[in-house]
Ligand binder design. Structure first.
Ligand code: PLP
Length: 398
């Protein structure tokens, strides 16, 4: 079949591939210790579910304005102001079908052939493909595990050219939990202002940060608005992945252009889900700290467990819910190596140890594995036992 160049430039998300391979084994009755999915294992809070039920009962099941109902746009701007110190208005907000949709639409509106987008690695799998689909070129800037995988302005500056249109900072980051601290983020913003570049801040994990980090938005900086695009989502903070509601905060002109593309593609995000998100934005935030407390316990257990395995190094993630160990000591061509690379190693781990995780190549980080700890402590224990057994056998054979 003949497809367009733009569709041939991208691939199916490698995380989705792992999840579906694990699902296939599960459907055959195999017990999988599943560190694959990047989604909270908590239910959506009751008050949010009730708001959706009420919306159905009140027949709020029709088309809404393309960019989202005005009360939700207002509530998002107010929530972001309250929680993260920005000063957006409803007109500077568009409701999207998840955060990913916001990224896709903002990049589609701003990036075309010949444009470069600077992206720190390890990166979330969708960023490079969304850039490529729009016709742009991702320019990868390396970060260092020892520095918590946080992007540095000095490294970014070296890659800025006349073609650079955007820098994407996902903090806290998927896949490695990297958090860019406030002074460094402000230096990156200053670079954007100096070179007239957009700074896209993906804040989908904003409220899952560990001591000493605090939720932070670059949009809290005075006079930042003209360069900044904020991508947010209710998916992780409110355990609402399936509802598909995200938002973008940006200058009104950009928001209007995003509404234009939405008007010719998805139309409005689901009306019922918008009412649920409205309750998330207006209602109590009391459900968030218990989730963070649980992630904090899991983070401690999984990082300590991984560090105890011979040949495995793991830094403490500053945020999100992913451990990102370096297993390069087990890779290579030598006869004691377990696999050539992490993609191969993740396949082996799924088939032989029944542990699902994602190889680092997918995130531009060969030698690393991503383990989501959005799963119970019991399953983490089970997974660690299996990993320990798998890697220790290899060690004994060496
Ligand atoms: C870094 C990052 N950004 C954005 C998203 C998009 O989330 P959603 O489309 O569910 O809002 C995800 C989801 O995994 C993510 O990890």
């Amino acid at each position: 079949m003949q497809f367009t160049n733009r569709i041939n430039r991208i691939q199916v998300s490698p995380t989705a591939v792992v999840i579906s391979a694990a699902e296939q084994l599960k459907s055959k009755g195999v017990d999988i210790a599943d560190f694959g999915p990047g989604e909270p294992d908590f239910p959506t809070p009751d008050h949010i579910k009730k708001a959706a039920i009420k919306a159905i009962e009140e027949n709020r099941t029709k088309y809404t304005p393309t960019g989202g109902i005005m009360p939700l746009r207002e509530a998002i701007a107010a929530w972001h102001n309250r929680e993260l110190g920005s000063s957006y208005t409803a007109k500077e907000c568009v409701v999207t079908v998840g955060g990913k949709h916001g990224i896709f639409n903002a990049v589609s509106v701003l990036i075309q052939k010949g444009d470069e987008v600077i992206l720190p690695a390890p990166y979330w799998v969708s960023f490079p493909d969304i850039i490529k689909y729009a016709g742009g070129t991702p320019v990868i800037v390396a970060t260092r595990a020892a520095e918590g995988f946080a992007a540095k302005a000095a490294d970014i500056e070296k890659l800025i050219t006349a073609k650079t249109k955007m820098i994407i900072i996902n903090s806290p980051s998927n896949p490695c939990g990297g958090v860019v601290d406030q002074p460094e983020f402000e230096k990156i913003l200053a670079l954007c202002k100096k070179h007239n570049i957009w700074l896209m801040g993906d804040e989908c994990y904003s409220h899952f940060v560990y001591d000493p980090h605090k939720p932070y938005s670059i949009a809290s900086v005075k006079d930042s608005k003209s360069n900044v695009i904020i991508i947010g989502s209710v998916s992780k903070t409110f355990a609402m992945t399936g509802w598909r509601i995200g938002y973008t905060l940006a200058p009104e002109e950009l928001v209007q252009a995003m509404i234009k593309i939405q008007s010719q593609s998805t139309s409005n995000p689901t009306s019922i889900a918008q009412y649920a998100a409205l309750e998330a934005m207006r209602g109590s935030m009391d459900t968030v700290p218990p989730m963070l407390a649980e992630y904090t316990k899991r983070r401690k257990r999984i990082v300590e467990g991984l560090r105890a395995i011979p040949g495995v190094n793991c830094e403490w993630p500053g945020g999100a819910f992913y451990a990102f160990p370096n297993v390069s000591a087990h890779l290579g061509e030598g006869k004691h190596a377990l696999a050539k690379n992490c993609t191969e190693l993740s396949k082996l781990l799924l088939e032989k140890a029944h542990v699902a995780l994602v190889g680092g190549e997918a995130f531009g980080a060969p030698g690393f594995l991503r383990l989501s700890y959005a799963t119970s402590l019991e399953r983490i224990e089970e997974g660690l036992r299996r990993l320990e057994k798998f890697f220790s056998r290899a060690e004994a054979a060496a």
